[in-house]
Design a protein around this ligand. Structure first.
Ligand code: PRX
Length: 656
């Protein structure tokens, strides 16, 4: 891996905070000073201010056995109490916690009092089913209030949840249930997606099929099933239990017991460089502290006025930290939407924003680029004037998408915060703070107060301003992963080995520091190409391609090339209006020249393939590995994690 990433794009647009916004902003510049003066003291202060500790902690960070951190270790708290009961006790029981919007159009407002009541009953049910402290519970659910209640009920009794995204197959579910040794599965008959009920229970049944006494049959005792889709399900007597048969009947008396700060809260599986997913382990006190702190400050949350909406599924870390734990710890009112952005028509998300007068909106660049492709007339036909803050997460946001987001969705005035973090970091690490930071389209910008990152070369030496290299986290942080479930060696190997002597966490991302020291993410380092000895970022070339008027979406890979080592190969989706007026071949040539002009001749793609779709995972990440197979003329590899597995044969045919 080289430290030199030649970043040749020039982006000089700047947006200073609006003084009126700044005057009212939650985050004040003093946060940076306080954190700089005493990092651990700062986190201790935040934790005491944001959370209710049943046993106050006296220790902050214990880093005596790196990389295994402990935060607030002698304190005890109940995570669910912090997300629910205390808001009710403070007189906010009538505040809406969740505005649930089902895809078919059904809706339901759930107050903090109601959600607390539901979680207490469910906690009693789980205890009765034999689930206790430290036991693992797998959740395989649609985006419905019961999913949020299930996570909190598991947390309330000191058990550990492992949410498996509802789009994963029975096989993926099985391997996750096995790895965690789950005792209980909570699922639903199905959830609404694109106008149909997408079944869930059959995958659970398949995952739990007897395999000769091995596997989950040995650990899973019960399956609790929520009715959402009203479709037929197979039923295994003695194992399967309807949620509606037990939860409403259960007692609503349940006193939350406090658990030590380092009690495991959840496992969340994420893919690494090998085929086997990693079970990322997060614990309670530190995680909740940073989730709450970042949610409050990055999104400028005023819980009494704001309506917040994060579009992530609870199957991903964003759904954990910014649908469940951060917002609820802060007493926020939020929208929970079940379905897809296109149902019954492409404007559905904007309808939801108009209906609930959403003020804070958090989504992913891939969605934003999808909306750009459909055209601005769709959002412009809705009233989006309630919006006052926009956030982005998941991948580098190219300046054009950032500008479109601000101008078309944010009426040219809302701050846009690009938030960099990972499943492993648990909470946002790098982001502008609204009201303080002058924002730059395409840059994630600065580490949050209390967070220490750097961009270094492969020896761990800082590249300095203007340089490119590898993003590292140089100091432990409260919501850091505590390990990989059942595999401490892999934890050390994957994240800490690279810069062992410095004690840095290696994030796996390439980044550049600009002349002001602001951070620009350049994609995973495995997505970095080496063309004629020059390091080039796929993200950078994609950004240039997308900046061309004709381009709707683009993915770039480095394909091996006899003369240049690697060559840039681009897969581009064009806007329909351009395809009607120009030949695909002409446009492909224009795009090659365009990238050459934007970045430099070295970045000019060897091939530009005009395609109709790109291979994406369910979470919207482009699977470049598959495109590399096509670009290098190989048979296409494993496509099982694609949202649409047929897409690769279409692309291969188009390229041929
Ligand atoms: O490459 C970075 C990218 O997503 C990776 C983490 O993925 P995941 O664990 O699935 O979590 C996604 C949601 C937090 C990172 O290593 N990434 C995430 N946010 C950004 C980003 N890349 C650039 N800019 C971001 N804002």
């Amino acid at each position: 891996m080289s430290s030199q990433i030649d970043h040749l794009l020039d982006e000089d647009r700047r947006f200073a905070p609006d003084p009126a916004f700044a005057a009212n902003a939650v985050a004040k510049p003093e946060l940076y000073e306080r954190a700089k003066a005493d990092r651990e003291g700062f986190w201790a202060e935040q934790s005491r201010e944001l959370l209710d500790w049943s046993t106050p902690f006296t220790q902050v960070l214990d880093w005596s056995n790196p990389p295994f951190a402990k935060w607030f270790a002698d304190g005890a708290l109940n995570v669910a109490y912090n997300c629910l009961d205390r808001h009710v006790e403070a007189g906010h029981g009538d505040r809406v916690a969740l505005y649930f919007e089902g895809e078919p159009g059904d809706s339901r407002a759930v107050t903090y009092a109601e959600l607390t009541d539901e979680v207490k009953r469910l906690a009693n049910v789980l205890t009765e089913m034999g689930v206790g402290e430290g036991d693992r519970v797998a959740l395989y659910l649609p985006m419905i209030p019961e999913a949020v209640a299930s996570m909190l009920a598991v947390a309330r009794i000191g058990a550990v949840h492992s949410v498996v995204f509802g789009g994963f197959s029975a096989d993926s579910l099985r391997s996750r249930i096995d790895d965690a040794g789950a005792k209980l599965v909570i699922t639903a008959d199905g959830g609404w997606r694109k106008g149909k009920v997408s079944p869930l229970k059959p995958a659970v049944d398949q995952a739990l099929e007897d395999r000769g006494g091995l596997g989950p049959q040995a650990t899973v005792e019960k399956v609790l099933v929520v009715r959402r889709g009203d479709n037929e399900v197979d039923w295994i007597e003695g194992r399967d239990v309807w949620y509606h048969d037990v939860v409403p009947q259960a007692s609503a008396e349940h006193e939350a017991q406090a658990f030590p700060a380092e009690s495991p809260l959840f496992i969340l599986y994420t893919s690494g460089t090998t085929g086997k997913p990693k079970g990322i382990l997060h614990t309670s006190g530190g995680y909740l502290t940073q989730a709450a702190f970042t949610h409050r400050n990055v999104f400028d949350l005023h819980p009494e006025n704001d309506v917040y909406w994060c579009t992530a599924d609870i199957g991903w870390i964003t759904g954990h930290s910014y649908v469940v734990y951060g917002p609820l710890a802060n007493g926020a009112t939020q929208v929970l939407y079940e379905g897809t952005p296109e149902f019954p028509e492409p404007g559905r998300w904007w309808d939801v924003i108009e209906k609930y007068k959403v003020t804070i909106f958090y989504t992913a660049p891939t969605a934003i680029r999808g909306f750009m492709k459909q055209g601005r007339q769709i959002p412009q036909a809705r009233d989006l004037s309630s919006l006052r803050l926009l956030g982005s997460v998941g991948e580098p946001i190219n300046p054009e998408a950032w500008m479109w987001y601000r101008e078309v969705i944010g009426a040219g005035k809302t701050p846009v915060v690009d938030t960099w973090w990972q499943t492993e970091t648990g909470a946002i690490m790098v982001s502008a703070l609204p009201g303080i930071t002058e924002t730059k389209p395409g840059s994630a910008q600065v580490p949050l107060p209390g967070i220490a990152v750097d961009v270094v070369d492969e020896k761990g030496e800082p590249v300095g301003q203007g340089g490119g290299g590898l993003l590292v986290i140089t100091e432990p942080w409260p919501s850091m992963l505590r390990g990989i479930w059942g595999d401490p060696d892999r934890f050390v190997e994957t994240y800490w080995k690279m810069f062992q002597d410095k004690g840095y966490y290696f994030a796996g991302d390439g980044a550049r520091l600009d002349e002001d020291g602001d951070i620009w993410l350049l994609g995973r380092v495995d997505d970095v190409m080496n063309v004629s000895g020059h390091r080039l970022s796929t993200a950078e070339i994609e950004s240039a391609l997308v900046a061309h008027d004709a381009t709707a979406e683009a993915a770039v890979v480095g394909a091996s090339d006899e003369t240049t080592g690697q060559a840039v190969v681009a897969f581009v989706i064009l806007k329909e209006s351009f395809l009607r007026e120009h030949s695909a071949e002409g446009l492909a040539n224009d795009l090659r020249a365009w990238v050459g002009a934007q970045i430099g001749p070295i970045a000019r793609p060897r091939d530009v393939y005009i395609v109709g779709e790109l291979p994406k995972t369910r979470s919207g990440k482009i699977m470049r590995r598959l495109l590399r197979d096509v670009a290098e003329g190989r048979e296409v590899g494993d496509t099982t994690t694609l949202a649409d597995t047929a897409v690769m044969s279409v692309i291969s045919a188009q390229v041929r």
